[in-house]
Design a protein around this ligand. Structure first.
Ligand code: SAH
Ligand code: SF4
Ligand code: F3S
Length: 472
């Protein structure tokens, strides 16, 4: 184990004697599953340092607060700055409290500058490339008590794999489900997006390493894995692998994971439409372990906007692909991401977005208002759409897409869906069906962590309600 973790454990043992309880830590995670996965690694480090992980925000007796941040939209960053305001008050009450900021937002130079200038009480700022250095940074700060900022991009131009995240060293939140990183970073440079700048160049983890992780997770009782990458379809296309043809490597990776005994469900995100291969469609259709759900971000329905976004597909290509998948995999749930108000978007462009929504009929969607990100090409586009126009389009989009999502969800009523149960909430159990539908249901016996057949009795826009077929 990291020698800094051992040093911190020693320090925390002494503090435990003084405090009469374990030192406590809180980790707050913003953003996407990549960050959730990173937090699992950070939480494992924190536990091994001898902290007790707690969840209560209002707790005053805390020794460490770590914010793992997201930079994808301005409001994600504003929430973090807001949180820092509250934390400052805690720090005033308890000078021994250590505050650390990490993740995508922290990776940006201008954020580090702001923290240096206006948030001197933040002890440590470290970026996405310094994840594994957290124990060293915390130890050094404890000894020297000076603000540390480590946001170097250690990849260089060539792109190297950040130090492997070992699953052994992770604090999984659910016993039966796990994330597996298959790629890090992104090379697509969509004109609006900050991710390539804060996560670096795309690198694929070696197939053998991913398979070893899947096997060990299965041994540990995990039955569902979710493969993570900014664009999983480009897995194996990097210069380090010999994959012969686009998309082929990801399809065969899915087949190899499906062969792992004990893994019963495989999910993945996210798929970029430009790299989605026929082989992948075949695997989703034919491999029972691969879930019948595809998240396929469209971003816009206008070819002109898509071109300026650097998405590298047209409206027609997107529709054709989506409909091809729906007919090849009956019952598949297709979900998407849509951005409204990208610079230069006209009313006619926006109508194309609505047109795609009506033609494809998504089972779910994340809808976003375009947010200007410093350092991305689109931030300097001149024709930014006025906020009131964007707001109006956003409302219109919701009024078109939500009834469609409801209709698609409602089709599942009367069906019996196999649900992997995540948690119990009040009287209801909550879990996901193969098609990723969220299902709330009743059962007379405890079934958290199990697969349960649930008869669907009612549909809401964003979830289904049902009852276990075999009670007890
Ligand atoms: N790699 C994934 C997406 C990661 S970001 C993909 O390509 O699909 C998740 C979503 O956030 C994107 O799909 C996009 O819809 C949205 N997004 C990214 N940058 C944004 C910005 N500047 N403003 C608004 N939404 C944005
Ligand atoms: Fe961002 Fe595009 Fe990469 Fe997704 S594919 S992370 S939207 S640059
Ligand atoms: Fe994810 Fe946000 Fe970073 S969406 S990759 S946590 S910028």
């Amino acid at each position: 184990m990291d020698s800094y973790i051992n040093n911190l454990l020693e320090i925390n043992r002494e503090r435990q004697a003084e405090l009469g309880r374990s030192p406590r830590a809180i980790v707050r995670t913003f953003g996407c599953q990549m960050n959730v996965r990173d937090s699992e690694t950070l939480e494992a480090m924190i536990i091994n340092m001898g902290f007790e992980l707690i969840n209560d925000e209002n707790e005053t007796d805390i020794e460490l607060i770590l914010l793992n941040t997201c930079a994808v939209r301005e409001n994600a960053e504003n929430r973090v700055y807001g949180r820092l305001g509250t934390i400052k008050r805690l720090k005033n009450k308890n000078p021994l409290l250590k505050i650390a900021l990490c993740g995508c937002m922290a990776q940006q130079e201008h954020v580090a500058d702001t923290i240096k200038r206006h948030y001197a009480f933040v002890d440590i700022v470290f970026g996405t490339f310094a994840l594994q250095k957290f124990p060293k940074l915390l130890y050094t700060n404890l000894i020297e008590n000076e603000q540390i900022i480590d946001i170097k991009n250690s990849q260089g131009a060539e792109g190297v794999l950040p130090q492997a995240h070992s699953h052994v060293f992770t604090h999984r939140h659910l016993a039966k489900k796990a994330f597996i990183n298959i790629t890090h970073g992104c090379d697509n440079f969509c004109a609006y997006c900050i991710v390539p700048y804060v996560r670096g160049r795309e690198v694929c983890r070696p197939l053998e390493e991913i398979l070893r992780e899947a096997r060990e997770l299965a041994k540990d009782g995990v039955v569902e894995v979710c493969l993570l990458g900014q664009n999983v379809n480009s897995y194996g296309n990097d210069k380090n692998s010999g994959a012969a043809r686009k998309g082929l490597a990801f399809a065969s990776l899915l087949k190899s994971i499906a062969a792992v005994k004990g893994i019963e469900r495989i999910r993945f995100m996210t798929s970029h439409p430009k790299d989605l291969s026929d082989e992948l469609i075949d695997v989703i259709a034919s491999e029972p372990k691969v879930c019948k759900h595809l998240h396929l971000p469209m971003q816009s329905g206008s070819t002109a906007v898509l071109t300026r976004m650097n998405r590298r597909y047209t409206k027609e290509q997107y529709i054709e692909l989506a409909l091809k998948i729906k007919s090849a995999v009956p019952g598949i749930a297709l979900t998407t991401d849509i951005i409204v108000g990208f610079p230069g978007e006209t009313d006619a462009d926006f109508e194309h977005t609505l047109d795609v929504v009506r033609k494809v009929r998504f089972a779910g969607a994340f809808t976003f208002i375009y947010s200007k990100r410093e350092g991305t090409p689109a931030a300097s586009y001149e024709d930014q759409v006025p906020a009131n126009v964007t707001r109006e389009r956003f409302g219109k989009l919701l009024s078109v897409i939500n009834p469609i999502i409801y209709e698609e969800t409602r089709k599942r009523t009367g069906n019996t869906l196999r649900v992997l149960v995540d948690e119990k909430n009040g009287d209801m159990y909550k879990g996901r069906a193969d098609n990723n539908a969220l299902v709330h249901f009743t059962n007379t016996a405890d079934c958290v962590g199990e697969f349960v057949d649930v008869k669907i009795t009612q549909a809401k826009t964003f979830y289904l309600i049902g009852e276990a077929v075999k009670q007890g």
